[in-house]
Write a protein that binds this ligand. Sequence first.
Ligand SMILES: [Zn+2]
Length: 726
Amino acid sequence: MTSTAAAAVVEKAGIAMRILVFGPPSGQIQASIDKAAQINKKHGPFDALFVLGDLFAPSDARDRSEQQERDLVEGTITFPIKTYFMHSSTASQSILERLHSSFEDIESASSGRVTRIAENLYCIGRQGVARIGRSGPVDGSASEGLQVAWIGGTWNGALKGVPAEDAVKATFMTRNSIESLLSHPSFEDRDALIARAQAISSSSSTSNGAPATLKEAREAAQRATTSSEALTEAKAAIAAIPPIDILLTNAWPSGISLFVPEEKLPHPTARTWGSPAIATLLLRGKPRYCFSLAPGPDGGAMDLNGGAIDGIIGLDTSTRRTGVYFERAPYKNSPHAHVAASSTRFLSIARFGNADKKKWFGAFNLVPAIEMDRLQRAAAGKAPDGCTANPFGSSTPGGASGRSSQAEAFAKRERGNGEIDALDSGANYRWAGQPTRGRGKRIRRDPHDGGANGLPQKPDVPLPPGLSRRGPIIPVGPADCWFCLSNPQAAKHLIVSIGTECYISLPKGQLPSSSDADSNVPGGGHVLIVPIAHTPSIFAPEPSQSEALHAEMNAWRKAISLAFASFGSVAVSWEIGRSPGTNSTRIGHLQAQSVPVAKELAGESLEQFFRDSAKECGYVFEERAEEISRRLDTTQQDADERQKLGDYLRVDLGEKTWMLDMLPEMTGHFSLQFVRETLARYLKKPDRADWRKCARSDAIETAETNAFRDAFEPFAKEVVGEEEDG
Ligand SMILES: [Zn+2]
């Protein structure tokens, strides 16, 4: 370790810096100065104030604040604390000009340099990484101060990626910004560095048997040296990467709500929030803290199809205006993270001075990672209370070893009145590195269930017990899976409802056509029940998790049946589970489908048609109820048995549940479209057997989704509970 040279000379305990983080003032300049002064007087002095979102008013509401804004940048009015704000594209032309005259050139406005605008006022541009000390920005090579990274602009999911545009004018987060950040040494991919080095070692250690000749022995020795050198070098390289203390973002990272129980979410739609680009920043940068904002009013603007441009469905404008205060339980980072950043805290702050009195600021005591002594590093390296697995996927499992008083502490704070709370003394008063013991009740937890929240511990595809991870399995991850909500390509306009384990969505290309005269259910009614986690079958997760998933899928199936019944229809549902790794190197994303069939067409004739169709294809239905429940018993503990049960095709014809036997000799011949094709023939709509021929425009699909959602809402409530009014 190269850093020990300095540390060995004198190890002085680092002293915490006091920082404040404000939600977007959006032009309330004088009010935010006043609030900062109040808080500073009561709890300060603070070393830095970071402003998320826009400091300046949006262009359509600038009249009232224009004078204050000018006074601020001209230094007539000043913040009592050194204040850092991101580049604001909404600022008026005169403010922009005033700001830019402070920059050496326009480019530096966007390239993340910290520029002093006036006393105690710094513009930090669109994105960047800087060291912020007690007396202002310091040189990146200094051994003091917080390493702060930031990314400005709003996230627009509809843009499917981050456009490269003029960085100064752009309202949205740009691709240039993301790439620029990722190329900074602090975002160096530690995991990849080590993985590459390990690949070198393993390729050199897997020579065939003992060397037979002297030449081979020499070569083996040479390889061994290279491999251990490669690892040593990689470790030295990551030790030299300056850890990020704070990442400031204006959008959530997508997927951050994974492993957060439903009741802790700040909004029912929260699982669909966020930007995958930000998730990448968190995965790569492994910051100790991330301060962020919920989807704002900008993202709520309508696109051509009448959906919000950020792709979020069901987020009311009042929540968009207020934002949310949400403190996620910390999550564990990969073992290659800097010791001080072995876990990450994520906090979403509401909008400054919001009428709902949601907490719009955070106050923290943080010892900069670079200033920590050995003891402080050791304390920071301990998994904090209530720590979850990494929601972005490449952390080690088993992070949730701590007892969760964090959750209760969080709950207590949530009840606060939006004013500052619990200013304990200590190195990290808000989120102390030391676990707090004996405070509050422990959350009771099933020993088989890794997480305090009942969600699976393994963030990526959980393999059944007994199945080795060394096999040639390349899981399809959220990045390239159509059914993972964190995939920006996922068709979010089709989402109907979101539960704890599953979400409900319309498929691309319904079997029934909503415009047909015989379509009873609004919007067509062909729906998907999709697990939120990327899992290939109900048996793939750990048993306890598997049960929860199975139960919720059944609950949704029932709600859908009841909804169909209210429109004179019966549900035909099917679900295809695959055991991972049997004959495929890709692990699919489980889903169940339901299609409404008019009541008069259901019953014995439908059942017989399915039996006959199966026979024609060389399959057979298992119809015995007892055998069916054995096959769907997710409490089964035996790993081999679970593996076997994992391959199934379940068909529900009205009240009846059947399983189609997929015999081993059929592997590879089985048509995944069997049920749809059979049903299309039965309904005398053979042309609708192939979903690709049934896909409609986004606009029509959005309209169908909205129609079905309205009809389904009372039934969905039975599963997800009442949604709070916004
Ligand atoms: Zn998936």
